[in-house]
Write a protein that binds this ligand. Structure first.
Ligand SMILES: [Zn+2]
Length: 294
């Protein structure tokens, strides 16, 4: 239970349907707005207040609708702003496509590995600094993944406890040949976010994990006729969209439960010491803002 005035150290970065989370009456919230950072303004941040715990909420793609496509999100500004607010742990959500028929739209997944197939994104804070040679195994924070797993078990929903997320550049969807390539490389899901969020969070010593809900089958996995003027142009059926909506309806409850548990959870991870080697060597001090300045 969080006490009045207690420091908020947990944030949720919401994916495609996050604006509905904001507009729905699920959780009382205060709009803090955007913040200036050395990388430009970040997305709009809310403070979600619940009896379980308070947490920051940042709808990655915009607060009113899906208005910022994945390649155009200012990832560095978002992560910087959350760090500045005192955030130590970030749970993001993302709605990728499935790269095989092993999975179905609406499935919840706590992914545990990543293939970075993005092309033009700024994936580091440390330009011209020689910093950031950081191990990426585990890619996602084990502490957050374990709490998420407990919460999903308690909520009583079916979920998949691991899988490899392939991050592409977007905003276009993938070609059938790309989908075959990603599956051959060991990918299970394909989406357009998570990178560089996960890498940037680790550079600033924050825990980061992502909860995925499968949105559709990726191109060529199932046969789908092209339909003009509808979501995904026919790639996704009405029934599948209903399954996705059902999964998304669980998100407010899941986020609240995770937020409520985290203050009592001890870290089983090394995310918050990722820059220790550089500190020991005297390359950087404790003030993380100075790490970014050449
Ligand atoms: Zn961690």
């Amino acid at each position: 239970m969080s006490k009045e005035g207690e420091r908020v150290t947990f944030a949720v970065i919401g994916g495609s349907q996050a604006h509905k989370f904001i507009q729905g009456g699920h959780i009382s919230r205060e709009r803090l707005g955007s913040r200036e950072t050395p990388f430009g303004p970040c997305g709009v941040i809310y403070l979600a207040k619940a009896k379980e715990a308070s947490f920051y909420f940042l709808p990655r793609h915009g607060e009113k609708s899906y208005s910022i496509g994945a390649p155009f999100v200012n990832y560095r500004a978002n992560i910087y702003a959350l760090k500045e607010l005192g955030v130590k742990r970030i749970l993001a959500w993302s709605g990728p496509g499935a790269l095989s028929r092993k999975f179905s739209p609406g499935d919840l997944v706590i992914v545990d590995d990543l293939l970075d197939e993005t092309k033009t994104r700024q994936t580091s804070f440390f330009q011209s600094r020689g910093l950031g040679f950081i191990r990426q195994n585990p890619v996602f924070c084990p502490t957050l993944r374990s709490v998420l797993k407990e919460v999903l078990e308690e909520v009583g929903t079916h979920f998949i406890p691991g899988g490899t997320y392939v991050a592409t550049e977007g905003p276009r969807l993938e070609t059938p040949a790309e989908v075959r390539k990603f599956a051959l490389l060991g990918g299970d899901f394909v989406g357009q976010t998570v990178v560089p969020e996960v890498f940037l969070a680790r550079e600033l010593e924050m825990c980061y994990a992502v909860l995925c809900y499968v949105t559709n089958f990726a191109e060529g996995i199932v046969e789908r006729e092209f339909r003009e003027g509808v979501l995904f142009e026919g790639l996704s059926t009405k029934q599948e969209q209903a399954e996705v909506a059902k999964a998304l309806n669980l998100f407010p409850e899941i986020m609240l439960q995770v937020a409520g548990r985290l203050p009592q959870v001890e870290n089983i991870c090394h995310c918050q010491e990722s820059m220790l080697r550089y500190k020991k060597r005297g390359d950087i001090g404790e003030n993380w803002r100075e790490w970014l300045v050449p």
